[in-house]
Write a protein that binds this ligand. Structure first.
Ligand code: ZN
Length: 224
């Protein structure tokens, strides 16, 4: 597309480009990139072969590559509001998370999928506040309705608890809904059955700097 036509006319030129990002790129290029340049060259020449697919939240505080201290090429990351995996649905609409899952599993052959939930999740907070009163015009409400079973079970089991306890419980139970949804995709269920793919539900407790993992044997999130 010609830069002077169509949607590009909506651009306001270069004067409003976010300088912190440009300055950050220059620091990356000048300070960090040189030490990884050979590895970057190899990755782009040979292709990526990540073993781990992470479903993370968009939240600016929970960048998987930072939390897991991973290098370029190690993680295949999908981020959305509240780290949700939708179920296998009829192929209408546009399914960004599902498309990324398919690419990671079927094309890249990842060996592990980690659903990474976290403390103080804004998406879960919204779900707890709106509940069944969600607005049909809200993309967020519609998206969060995917984990409504988590909210409903928490409201039932933690009716007398504080909002903090209910939010944490809902954040963790939403991970379990997504774990269940992963298995609705035959190309995931088959690989899990064959043990060529493992799926995990993890929870990042920011306050305690703890990583918890769901133990299916105990039904609890336990410190890793
Ligand atoms: Zn979140």
């Amino acid at each position: 597309m010609n830069a002077k036509s169509g949607i590009m006319n909506q651009s306001q030129g270069t004067s409003n480009w976010p300088q912190p990002l440009i300055e950050g790129f220059l620091r990356f290029r000048d300070n960090l990139f040189p030490s990884d340049a050979i590895e970057y060259s190899r990755l782009f020449a040979e292709g990526q072969q990540p073993k781990f697919l992470i479903i993370g939240c968009c939240d600016s505080r929970v960048d998987p590559a930072i939390i897991f201290n991973c290098a370029p090429g190690e993680l295949f990351v999908v981020r959305n509001v509240a780290n949700i995996v939708p179920p296998n649905e009829a192929r209408i609409g546009h399914h960004g998370t599902t498309a990324a899952l398919e690419y990671g599993v079927c094309n890249l052959g990842v060996e592990h999928i980690v659903i990474l939930g976290h403390q103080c999740c804004g998406g879960i907070q919204t779900l707890l506040h709106t509940g069944e009163k969600s607005s049909p015009d809200s993309f967020i409400d519609d998206w969060m309705s995917l984990v409504e079973p988590a909210r409903a079970s928490v409201e039932r089991d933690y009716a007398d608890s504080s909002i903090e306890i209910r939010r944490t419980a809902c954040e963790q139970r939403a991970i379990l809904v997504s774990l269940k949804n992963l298995l609705t995709f035959p190309w995931i269920a088959q690989r899990v059955a064959e043990k060529s793919l493992a799926i995990h539900g993890w929870y990042f407790d920011i306050d305690q700097a703890q990583l918890l993992g769901y133990n299916a044997s105990t039904g609890q999130f336990e410190s890793l």
